[in-house]
Design a protein around this ligand. Sequence first.
Ligand code: ZN
Ligand code: ZN
Length: 412
Amino acid sequence: MVLLSKRITSLLMILMLLFTFCGCDTDYLADTNNDIQVEVADNVVKDKSDTNKASEQESSSQSSGKPREDLEVEVAPGITSNYGLMRVHFIDVGQADSAFIELGNGQTMLIDAGRSGNASTIINYIKGLQYETIDYVVASHPHDDHIGGMATVLDSFNIGKMYMPKQAHTITAFTNMLDVIENKNIELYTAKAGTSILSSGIIDIDVLAPFADSDSNLNNVSAVVRITYGKTVMLFTGDAEKVIENQLLNSGVDADVLKVGHHGAGSASSSSFIKAVSPDVAVISVGEGNSYGHPHADTLAILNEVGADIYRTDEQGTVVVTADQNKKIRVDKKASTVKENAPPVVVPTPTEKIEDNQPSVSDNQSQVVYRTRTGKKYHRAGCSYLKSIIETTVSEAQAMGLGPCSRCNPPR
Ligand SMILES: [Zn+2]
Ligand SMILES: [Zn+2]
């Protein structure tokens, strides 16, 4: 047996050498690339100069990474050996956004940095993973819940390149961020449809939106980022709303992992967009009991309809998604159960229209909801968060300072 296994080992080594010399690796890459290019629409024109710079950077800045230790996901056959697994950390920053990505090639990326109060959480988290360098930073759009912590975060790491839409803003978070970019001499690029952040053959990072430099609705200048890792695709949509989702339908949005737009709000996640993306894993970055009522019941319903496993930072905390290049994806938490979130079938208010997109406030004030003796939220009947039951109405509950429960999403 020993002799036989030695023979097999030698045979394998010879085969590997043959593969190396006949360039099979290169062929594999070319094939992978072709697969991916099919999905790139005509309007996604890659910026060659950026691409070249990114490739140079890629080969010169491997030092920022560390060896991967937790290779728990089995690497599928055919994967090139110098690339590990991609790992996305959707950091729990409450009602805000921040995703830190280990790209699998030793490089790292940060999309958004929460509010100013989240900066230390984000910094400690990334430093806890032993990184001192963030190779690519994206500030999706100049809203406080996305760039509030950016100045402090930029100040705390070596930064490679930074991308943000052209849209300026007057909030302190924005001006602070610009000050750090200037002081640290950070390479700054405009994020717009067609921008290529990295194009290495195995990892492509493309910006699919914004289509315009400015918009009266800042959510709609959100940088929408698509990461293609072999055959695995991840999509980060910032706070882009339905009008942008419609424009994106032909931009190759089919993805395995989706950072759900605008914290799960009803203003994003149109049915046609979610069907086009058809994610297996959908992550909603959202604060528990947020006053916006995010995520919207419609968002949860459509994600459920396309068969996505839904993860929410308000329920699962920080969510870590690990992926290989062949769509094998593992999430470190148990998915949220949409059935529990959905309104119960029997509700004591016959006037309630569950199908309504966004019932108007005045319609709901007299509807019956439920509160507990000490809780800060009010609920629908049957909500699993409802431990003791006191009947009340929406207006009474609101007058008491109670907010709508994020689990059962009662009328507001
Ligand atoms: Zn936001
Ligand atoms: Zn926003």
